[in-house]
Design a protein around this ligand. Structure first.
Ligand SMILES: NC(=O)c1ccc[n+]([C@@H]2O[C@H](COP(=O)([O-])OP(=O)(O)OC[C@H]3O[C@@H](n4cnc5c(N)ncnc54)[C@H](OP(=O)(O)O)[C@@H]3O)[C@@H](O)[C@H]2O)c1
Length: 237
């Protein structure tokens, strides 16, 4: 693996963004599984976690689907010395909020996501979410964005994030959310760690959902660490 400055140079966002720019992060086994026993931890490594942490350090906002936030017990991004120093040096706000995508408004107002956080979380939802849930989330301190009637329109959602100055978007999954982003052609960079594991089983792949036109991506960097491959692909052209 390379040192921190080089890693930061490789994974930094393009300068002077005038729209939300989406990076997606995934770890998968050699045979394409994205979870072992329902979680991604069994596929990860210290090198992969370093890249995941860097993704948070460099982002304005961490975008995640409700299924992942629930399975991985999400709470607010924690402040660490490295994170605080890096973000101050890069001129970023001290911490990125977590933005959870949930068409049905599944986030509970007293969950760790809403309570255990330094910065207010963002809940991206639809009119399908009961009005009482939406207002309870607002009262609990969340920033609620309604982007669509029954399905989250991710173009509108990213526009709302951009309007808030949150353009460096680090998507941590899961497969349903990534499938929607791919369908809408909203993925600018995909960071994929290939884990040296044959997982078998019935775990799904990184993106699921309606059929989408295949999107060509261009290889931007390859790192190897302890048998793991860290691949970074950018939107071609
Ligand atoms: N290997 C990895 O790197 C990695 C990364 C992330 C997750 N995972 C694994 O993936 C699994 C979870 O998969 P998942 O597909 O359930 O995850 P997900 O995409 O995080 O969550 C799906 C849920 O999020 C909401 N959602 C997602 N996309 C939406 C969209 N476009 N519009 C509206 N709502 C949307 C919906 O919630 P509502 O039903 O509330 O509307 C939906 O039920 C877990 O096992 C997790 O560990 C692996």
């Amino acid at each position: 693996m390379v040192d921190d400055p080089e890693l930061e140079r490789l994974y930094d966002y393009p300068p002077d963004l005038d729209r939300a720019w989406v990076q997606a992060n995934f770890v998968a086994s050699m045979d394409g599984a994205v979870a072992v026993d329902g979680r991604s931890a069994g596929l990860s490594s210290p090198g992969d976690r370093r890249i995941l942490a860097l993704g948070r350090d460099l982002a304005d906002v961490v975008l995640v689907g409700w299924g992942t936030a629930r399975a991985e017990h999400y709470r607010g991004v924690k402040e660490t010395e490295v994170r605080a120093a890096r973000r101050a040096r890069l001129g970023l706000r001290p911490l990125p909020p977590i933005a959870v995508v949930t068409a049905r408004g599944s986030v509970e107002p007293d969950s760790h996501l809403v309570r255990d956080t330094v910065v207010p979380p963002i809940v991206i939802t639809t009119e399908l979410a009961p009005a009482a849930r939406r207002s309870a989330l607002t009262v609990a301190g969340a920033d609620v964005i309604v982007a669509g009637e029954t399905e989250v329109d991710l173009g509108i959602a990213l526009g709302e994030l951009s309007r808030r100055g949150l353009r460096r978007v680090n998507c941590e999954g899961g497969p349903t959310l990534l499938g929607s982003l791919v369908e809408a052609d909203l993925v600018d960079q995909m960071c994929l760690t290939v884990s040296p594991v044959l997982a078998g089983g019935d775990a799904g792949r990184a993106a699921v959902g309606p059929r989408a036109a295949p999107r060509a991506m261009a290889l931007a960097s390859v790192l190897a660490d302890d048998g793991f491959l860290m691949l970074r692909y950018r939107r071609a052209g």
